[in-house]
Design a protein around this ligand. Structure first.
Ligand SMILES: [Mg+2]
Length: 369
């Protein structure tokens, strides 16, 4: 079997906003997702689909250009079943650009699963759990608005809500308290600072003021490269500290593990550079005794399916995950939606990613390059 064609289509999908919140976090406000849909064709007539996802400054159009100009020529003519070999060849051809490589690798896994007649999670080691418990994020608002959203998400069945902070000391502390009061004791309340705080002392001040609201974990309190500062903060507070922006790829994960910088790692398929690299992070962290969760960009349908397959197969999934990107989007670009119900995501059991792309929807959301 040989790869005959590789295509990347940039798409733009509006975000779905809940409970009147504008979608703002410490990273800014992001009303749209600009991703790219990847298609890999073969001479065997089997086609694989993947998604390039990123909410940061390099987006679908740029990654699609890199696929077209640099990565597609690496893939064409190769046997698509040689996934590790192809990932290595992509790394040799282009430094970084993990989301583009992840989209292509996702399509290879989809293709291989279809060819073998098995779901992607089987290729990743097989089913460890039948469903993935989810967390739902609450973006900036007044503490009252955020509490209303939290109450709504808890009623929808989410076992964890993630409070985005970084508005101001007073608003953040009040928001976390209001959310805790709104959801009671049965729902976990997680705090995500998205790098908002400048020093361990500033972060510790906020975290200690939030302690009575019993946050489950504090996500990315400091700048991504401040690993010594994260390690210091970790010893200053009782609440576990999670790395998100600090860890993209396995090399980053090794660095946070080596420097004992965090208690938990948030792993992304797109930032890791694909399912294989994400699996490597899960396993490194597991060996180091650090639980992981799955983070979101947020992905559309294909990317969310990949997150769910990963979560289904990872023994080291320790916290409720963001493996539900589609709930933040106005369109998933799939013919049949993924099963995301009452706070859980269920893996599709059809071959490959187990979802079917809606080509009409892709065309409607396609953007000019
Ligand atoms: Mg985060």
């Amino acid at each position: 079997m040989k790869i005959t064609a590789v295509t990347a289509i940039p798409v733009k999908v509006d975000r779905k906003l809940a409970y009147g919140l504008a979608g703002r976090t410490a990273l800014g406000v992001d009303p749209v997702s600009e991703h790219a849909i990847v298609r890999i064709d073969t001479d065997a007539g089997v086609t694989g689909w993947g998604e390039i996802a990123s909410c940061f400054a390099r987006r679908g159009r740029l990654y699609a250009k890199e696929v077209r100009e640099i990565l597609a020529p690496v893939l064409i003519g190769q046997d698509p079943r040689r996934i590790a070999f192809i990932v290595q060849a992509m790394d040799k051809a282009l430094d970084g650009s993990e989301p583009a490589k992840a989209g292509l690798e996702m399509a290879l896994y989809d293709l291989l699963g279809k060819q073998l007649g098995v779901p992607v999670y089987v290729l990743l080691g097989g089913m460890v759990r039948e469903r993935i418990p989810l967390s739902r994020s609450i973006t900036f608002g007044t503490p009252e608005q955020m509490a209303t959203a939290a109450k709504g998400f808890a009623a929808e069945g989410f076992g964890t809500v993630k409070v985005k902070v970084g508005q101001s000391f007073d608003i953040d502390v009040a928001a976390v308290a209001a959310v805790r009061a709104a959801v009671g004791d049965k729902v976990k309340v997680r705090v995500d600072a998205n790098m908002a705080w400048r020093t361990p002392k500033e972060a510790a001040q906020h975290i200690k003021a939030m302690a009575s609201s019993r946050p489950e974990v504090i996500e990315q309190p400091l700048k991504p490269r401040e690993l010594d500062a994260l390690a210091e903060l970790r010893l200053m507070v009782d609440v576990p500290i999670m790395a998100d922006e600090s860890v993209w790829n396995p090399r980053d994960a090794m660095e946070v593990i080596r420097r004992r910088a965090v208690d938990v790692i948030n792993v992304y398929v797109c930032e890791a550079g694909g399912l294989m690299a994400a699996t490597r992070i899960f396993q490194m962290a597991e060996t180091a005794g650090i639980p992981c969760m799955i983070g979101s960009m947020p992905e559309l349908g294909l990317g969310t399916a990949a997150q769910i397959h990963l979560g289904t197969a990872m023994t080291n999934l320790g916290l409720d995950s963001d493996a539900c990107g589609v709930v933040y989007q106005q369109a998933d670009l799939l013919k049949t939606p993924l099963r995301i119900e009452k706070g859980f995501a269920y893996p599709p059991d059809k071959p490959g990613l187990g979802v079917e792309i809606d080509l009409d929807a892709v065309e409607r959301h396609r953007i000019a390059e």
